[in-house]
Design a protein. Structure first.
Length: 116
């Protein structure tokens, strides 16, 4: 009887270890992609704010609505990002900080620019 319980316990432990590794891989994948999504959203937010500040589009209600919506989306993604923040690497964190600084000072770069 004890050998049967020991065998069941070993198989159960192997299965649980496999399952934990599988879940952790998914967690890291989601964390990396969420950081990329956050960065793209911040860049789009900067673009829309710069577009709205142009003389020909200033005061346009649709662009103003888009600025408000992208800000809301950015806040929601920021909430999820805070959950996965422990898996961010240093390079991604620097890019995210640069994007946040760009939002605070949008006049430093032209509206249309090439990535380095």
């Amino acid at each position: 009887m004890i050998y049967i319980l020991l065998t069941i316990s070993i198989f159960l432990n192997i299965f649980l270890a496999w399952y934990v590794v599988k879940i952790l891989r998914k967690f890291v994948f989601i964390s990396e992609n969420l950081s990329d999504l956050f960065l793209v959203t911040k860049a789009f937010q900067v673009f829309v704010k710069n577009l709205y500040s142009m003389d020909s589009y200033h005061g346009e209600p649709m662009i103003q609505e888009m600025v408000m919506r992208i800000t809301e989306v950015g806040l929601e993604i920021e909430n999820f990002r805070s959950i996965f923040e422990s898996t961010l690497d240093a390079e991604m964190e620097e890019e995210l900080n640069a994007a946040e600084k760009e939002i605070e000072n949008p006049e430093e770069k032209p509206l249309f620019y090439e990535s380095p």
